[in-house]
Design a protein around this ligand. Structure first.
Ligand code: SAM
Length: 304
């Protein structure tokens, strides 16, 4: 006969395993989420479309559902899709301080997130307003014309957040001008008009600091940025802007390299010219930009 205590332990273990197998078979599988995402980690194999590698290669630009290549300098919607899905829950608020033609806002509507977008150019903002369904404007989607370096604009955003019953934004997206590569306007506050690259970086840091102050602790920020050449020398804007984000208080989470394919107009006509220039000048044609992900240290308090 087996020794008594060992036999009892074996019996208890068998009962426990049997009970577990029964409850797992009858009750639906519980879900497992991080506080900043709706991705169910118990079904992690189902999210084939969510990228987790640091190299993003998109064969083309997603279109439809309000998205179009209608603004020189707008980013491809897939960037917003990835970042919003990964770092926000349904109904949470994404703050974009360089809204441009509104890609983030359109994607926020599609993914049932709320959005506050700030853009300097009033005519462009009016254009974005016409893209958003009127029943969402000024309720789930707020468009603010203003200078994202200015404290007055920050007060207006804070006021808007309160009107949305939130203390802070849940995700920050920054897609600034890449210094002076594209001139967006003649407005003196436009970052693409900065007197020098250092002046551009100083203004960018003010926006980063404003974004930091408006973001809830423990939450994420994404910076979309590319480098440039100046007098034959590479200017690493991406890394310099990353360093300014760190100065503002953000910790770096990831550096993603994304191909630029699919976002240029008329590339066939000029491709040969650029190739000749690259060969003659000893440089490489930019085919990548960065999506740099940061987090604001602290504990997540989802608020009301
Ligand atoms: C690279 S674009 C953003 C494009 C946007 N992600 C999209 O998909 O349409 C940068 C935008 O920042 C705006 N901008 C420049 N300086 C600004 C400032 N100080 N405050 C707010 N917006 C500014 C420009 O007018 C431009 O539309």
């Amino acid at each position: 006969m087996e020794n008594e205590p060992f036999y009892r332990l074996k019996l208890l273990l068998l009962i426990f395993l049997h009970y577990n197998a029964l409850t797992m078979a009858t009750s639906p599988k519980s879900s497992k989420h991080k506080p900043w995402s709706d991705i169910d980690l118990n079904c992690w194999r189902d999210y084939d479309d969510i990228l987790t590698d640091s190299l993003w290669l998109f064969p083309n630009r997603a279109s439809g559902e309000g998205h179009q290549l209608d603004y020189h300098g707008n980013y491809i919607p897939q960037i917003a899709t990835q970042i919003l899905t990964r770092y926000t829950k349904k109904d949470e608020i994404v703050l974009d301080l360089f809204l441009g033609a509104g890609t983030t806002a359109i994607e926020a509507v599609r993914l049932e997130r709320r959005c506050i977008g700030v853009e300097l150019k009033s005519d462009l903002l009016e254009y974005v307003r016409r893209k958003i369904s009127p029943d969402l404007l000024d309720s789930r989607i707020h468009l603010i014309q203003g200078d994202s370096t200015a404290s007055e604009t920050m007060r207006r955003i804070a006021h808007t957040l309160r009107s949305m019953q939130a203390e802070a934004a849940h995700l920050l997206i920054l897609h600034p001008p890449y210094d002076d590569i594209i001139k967006f306007s003649n407005h003196p506050a436009d970052l693409s008009n900065a007197a020098s690259t250092n002046a551009f970086l100083d203004s960018f840091e003010m926006v980063a600091q404003n974004g930091y102050n408006l973001l809830a602790p423990g939450r994420f920020a994404a910076l979309v940025i590319g480098d440039k050449y100046d007098n034959g020398e590479l200017v690493p804007l991406g890394f310099w802007c990353m360093e300014r984000m760190n100065r503002a208080g953000f910790k770096t989470k990831a550096i993603i390299v994304k191909n630029i394919e699919g976002n240029e107009k008329g590339k066939g006509k000029t491709a040969n010219l650029w190739r000749y220039r690259a060969l003659a000048g000893g440089y490489y044609i930019f085919k990548h930009e960065y999506i740099i992900v940061f987090f604001k240290p602290g504990n997540i308090n989802r608020g009301p």
